[in-house]
Write a protein that binds this ligand. Sequence first.
Ligand SMILES: [Zn+2]
Ligand SMILES: [Zn+2]
Length: 478
Amino acid sequence: MKKFNRCVLILGLLPAMFFLLISFNLAQSLKTPALPGGLKAYRGDRYFQVIPRIVPADSAITVRIISPFEKFPKPGYRYRFRYTPVGRYALQTGWKEAVAEESIPEDNVFEITRYFEGEQEHIIRIEEVDSENRVRQVGTFHLYSLKPDLFALRPYKGDFHLHSFRSDGHESPAYVAGACRRIGLDFAALTDHSNYAASLEAINAFKDLPVDLRLFPGEEIHPPENPVHFVSFGARESITDLIQRDEIAYRKEVQAIMDKLKSVSGGVDKYQYASSVWTFQKIREKGGLGIFAHPYWRPGNANFISYALVDYIIEKRIFDALELISGFGWSELQEVDVNNLQVNKYLEARARGLKLPVVGVSDSHGCEDSDQFGRYYTIVFSPTLELKDLIDSIKNERSVAVETPGGELPRAYGPFRLVNYAHFLLRYVFPLHDEMCFEEGRLMIEYAGGNQSVLERLQLLQGQVRKYYETVWAKETK
Ligand SMILES: [Zn+2]
Ligand SMILES: [Zn+2]
């Protein structure tokens, strides 16, 4: 009987609990919305400008914190700041705790000179003190200091595994390209299934136009009787066409690779492995980057490729980059998060000393109403946005894979040093970058739809990210 009463009570409470849960979620979603790529600009970065934010490590730099909306100083107030090195790296400056140091703003600008030690993030908190010693936080500002090798590079956001309606996607190649800029990418390559021409169609749609998004050729390659999916990024020619033009020649060359193979691990299909070696070789010969796509994709809960083949391909490192983070529809999740498998496989392989360049991609099949598009991508740390530099940088392990699942904080995966820096960029640099890209992308989609009059507006927007970055990175001091 008692048990029954308790049941009734719990059942009676259920609607109330449900209501509380809903209102909690609603309250969460009513906060300032995230940008299309899932990032969010911090308040301090809306109200103030910090110039520069990324500085060379081990040098004294003057940082200007500018307030365009609120007047500083106010009569009768004192100002001070507290400094914290996030990595607690302070061997030379002997920093111990965030003691308050006086700062006198002039014409709405706080000028703070500091020695930024080592490679790490730094926090500066500015406080306002009134005549009765009451303290108000003016703002918290984050900076990053980098060693010369990384300071000389720039981060570029890109996705090179995308589908249009030239294979099984929803939109035209030009639409997808515009949408890529709208979600804040700096470069992209369409990689339709067995279709290289679609990527050229996207490039040609915006050729010689005032557009800052860089588009490169690509395709997803499916050699006959080989379950491995290959993404070719940037190759001068189509590998699919090569196979289809002369399948006999393809089979002969694969047979020659098989003949040379002494033995393979147990469970590895010799033909599938040799065909994979051939495909990656061809991509490389044509100047592209060969990506081992979604190794743990498991349609119907069964892995598409044998575990033995995945292991062997990783062990022999016949690819240029591993698709570490793959986009997938969250509602279609089949009980296993394939990215978790890919990440742990990567960590294990790297711990064994294997060099493993990584990428993150959306593998998106639609830019609207998609959980994938814009949520999975790669940050490449490269000297320029030229194809050769991007490919070299990825091959030299200067890239991280990023995911920003809905409502969650962005996560980067790859070498720790780059991940740490990427997290700073995702919080304090990319949100405003993404916002600038949004309007360009929107106009690109309009142009793709036939509205030529937007070209004038695109012209005005050109170079805005470059100008923003000129304020983010300190000018070279030496
Ligand atoms: Zn695929
Ligand atoms: Zn795909």
